[in-house]
Design a protein around this ligand. Structure first.
Ligand code: UT7
Length: 343
């Protein structure tokens, strides 16, 4: 006889119940970059869509940005940090190799009942973190999970390399994920894949076990982001579309059914091209890269936050999220949007 304790858990539907973001106050504009490298506002704007990005002051780390976003998200969910039982931090720029930023964050916010870890998926850090947390919540393994996408990209950017330094900024977003009490609201499905053959196209070679820090790795500037921009661009355009198409088709949907598309913000041209191929009109596409640049794991929550604040993302909307990042990592999620309404 199967007892209650042995019975399989019934999967619940997980949903994002609150959202908050944080960017450091200091701005790095295209005009500022003109003073550092041979570039100009027109090129940056036309080729990427970026006007400015936020960067930290010295001494401010990823966990600091994550803390601000997390505390606000937890409060908006009507919770306290002690209510959080699981933390996943998607980041490419952890405060240090170890302990994980999730552990540092747990202490900084006082999430006394949480366990957690960092997730390394570059620009797909938030997408993969949300997928992971949603599955754990759906299986009953967490009641209130905190998913953070946070990066201090300025800590690994070479401000003498014009091909990368114009692209990135710093920022963080956090969401609380809980079981949905409304069958209409919540995460419906996800699609993720990786293509490790593309690893060489976007990486930071130094500081790991292959090239531990040494005078040589510093002289060779291996502790900075290296990118084959054209290769990443091509892969991103093709796979942003591909992953969304797979996810929509599996759910018998197409672009017409989607109310809002929130993609990773790496380049305005990538987002527009993928959206066009998916048959998504401009009114369904969120682009805020002009104000933040590419904040890696932070872009999707930053874009969601803007969409909520300007009224474009409403309760019951069918939301499609997608990301392509270093690895290559590719991910997409489909959900019916609905934040918890707290008094
Ligand atoms: O989150 C995932 C991570 N990253 C991405 O998704 C980025 C994907 N890639 C891209 O967004 C684009 O490839 C870039 C924005 C990086 C580059 O744009 P592009 O249109 O592919 O330019 P390009 O690399 O083909 O370069 C065109 C020209 C080159 O000059 P020549 O060789 O034609 O004389 C570059 O040297 O533009 C030059 N260039 C610049 N000029 C002014 C490259 N960077 C700059 C710059 N300012 N910052």
């Amino acid at each position: 006889m199967v007892t209650a304790a042995q019975a399989p858990r019934t999967l619940r539907r997980a949903r994002i119940t609150s959202l908050a973001t944080y960017v450091p106050p200091r701005l790095l504009t295209n005009a500022d970059l003109e003073k550092l490298v041979d570039t100009n506002d027109e090129w940056i704007l036309q080729r990427t869509g970026i006007r400015e990005r936020h960067v930290v002051d010295p001494g401010v780390a990823t966990s600091d940005l994550a803390k601000e976003a997390s505390l606000a998200a937890i409060a908006r969910a009507g919770l306290t940090p002690a209510d959080i039982d699981f933390i996943v931090v998607g980041t490419t720029t952890p405060d240090m190799a170890f302990p994980s930023t999730a552990c540092l964050l747990q202490a900084k916010i006082g999430a006394t009942h949480a366990w957690g870890y960092d997730l390394s998926a570059a620009c797909s850090g938030f997408t993969y973190g949300l997928t992971t947390a949603a599955q754990i919540v759906a299986a009953g393994g967490s009641q209130r999970a905190l998913v953070v996408g946070a990066d201090v990209m300025s800590s690994i950017i070479d401000y003498t390399d014009r091909t990368t330094c114009v692209l990135f900024g710093d920022g963080a977003g956090a969401v609380v994920v809980e079981a949905s009490d409304d069958p209409e609201i919540g995460i419906i499905d996800f699609e993720n894949y990786v293509d490790g053959h593309g690893g060489h196209a976007l990486r930071m070679p130094g500081g790991g076990s292959l090239h531990p820090a040494s005078h040589k790795t510093i002289d060779e500037r291996l502790h900075y982001v290296k990118q084959d921009g054209a290769a990443v661009f091509k892969f991103a355009v093709r796979n942003t579309e591909e992953v969304c198409r797979r996810l929509l088709e599996r759910n018998n949907l197409d672009g017409r059914d989607v109310d809002l598309f929130v993609s990773h913000q790496a380049n305005r041209r990538i987002i527009k091209s993928a959206a066009e191929k998916l048959g998504l009109g401009e009114e369904k596409v969120v682009i805020n890269i002009e104000r933040f640049g590419n904040t890696t794991a932070g872009t999707i929550p930053l874009a969601l936050n803007d969409a909520v604040n300007d009224g474009r993302l409403k309760r019951g909307d069918l939301l499609l999220i997608a990301s392509v990042g270093a690895g290559f990592t590719v991910g997409a999620l489909l959900m019916r949007w609905g934040l918890k309404e707290t008094p």
